[in-house]
Design a protein around this ligand. Structure first.
Ligand code: SPV
Ligand code: MG
Length: 295
């Protein structure tokens, strides 16, 4: 079974059994993807924000498609989880979208999320960001192009509307979501930077479409699985940047302690032993292979 089919089946099955939504954790490397899998998440969010941060860059379309695709491919080779690829605006117009969808599917993604902003985009949660929406018709064309380009019919094309982020109001967000569903989107991601879930809850209450909703509750962390389940239409919760934020928290603490103590002895008990890294790297397989084949 393809990872795309397993993700699609999970979302559909969760809805019937009323046990979802799927929890998709951000990752920016094969190592972080492996940790997310071990923790028990249902999938990986190949976040543009996280990879940009990894390169020390803001998330404003500076990281190239090739950089993101290479990292996604490495993650797909490392984790059995389905990967939801954040392909921003699709890297250009419909031609870029078609090329991207073919490339991401071939690299092992299970889904793509394409957002309805203009290229270059500006990261959504920044205060006072330049948030420009693409014309609705042009974005519908991008969704149609994405669907026409996938080889596996289970590969998910998720349309993301930034209408609320851009301050265009609930009516515009609902109209765009309906237009994107009409264009064939498998799911609708409605992004919000409101500090409470009220805005997305209003959207969901007024949503008359048939396809499930995806939420990225970074700004409104009160949105739990249980709360989303009650809403009835949410298929996925994406934890958008918690891998890179957790990594930064840990490194800042440990680095500060090492500097303060002028040495590494004090942090020894605070960090995993080197053996844990050997385990995550799969050194046991290397040893077993050498024992078996190296003569
Ligand atoms: C990302 O993680 O890259 C996202 C989510 O697109 S957000 O940064 O909130 O826009
Ligand atoms: Mg992004």
């Amino acid at each position: 079974m393809s990872k795309a089919k397993s993700l699609r089946d999970k979302i559909a099955g969760d809805r019937i059994a009323n046990v979802g939504p799927a929890q998709i954790m951000a990752a920016h490397s094969p190592l972080s993807a492996r940790l997310a899998e071990e923790a028990g998440f249902d999938g990986i969010w190949a976040s543009g924000f996280e990879l940009s941060a990894l390169y020390g860059l803001p998330d404003v379309s500076l990281v190239t498609m090739t950089q993101h695709l290479d990292m996604l491919r490495a993650m797909a080779e490392t984790t059995a989880l389905p990967i939801v690829a954040d392909i921003d605006t699709g890297f250009g117009n419909v031609n870029n979208v078609m090329h991207a969808v073919r490339s991401y599917e071939a690299a092992g993604a299970a889904a793509v999320v394409i957002e309805d902003k203009t290229f270059p985009k500006v990261t959504s949660l920044i205060a006072g960001g330049r948030q420009e929406l693409l014309r609705q018709e042009e974005f519908q064309g991008k969704i149609e192009a994405a669907i026409a380009s996938r080889l596996d019919p289970d590969f998910l094309v998720i349309a993301r509307t930034e209408a609320l982020i851009a301050g265009q109001g609930m009516g515009e967000a609902l109209a765009r979501a309906a237009a994107y569903e009409a264009a064939g989107a498998d799911m609708i991601l409605v992004h919000s930077k409101a500090k409470t879930p009220d805005e997305v809850e209003t959207f969901i209450a007024e949503w008359r479409g048939a396809v499930p909703i995806v939420l990225v509750p970074t700004a409104y962390p009160q949105m739990t699985v249980q709360r989303a389940r009650v809403l009835g239409k949410v298929g996925m919760l994406i934890y958008g940047n918690h891998a890179v934020r957790a990594a930064v928290t840990a490194m800042q603490r440990v680095f500060a302690q090492v500097i303060a103590e002028s040495g590494i002895e004090g942090v020894e008990s605070e960090i995993v032993p080197v053996g844990e890294i050997f385990r995550l790297q799969g050194m046991d397989k290397i040893k077993a292979a050498e024992k078996r084949f190296l003569r």
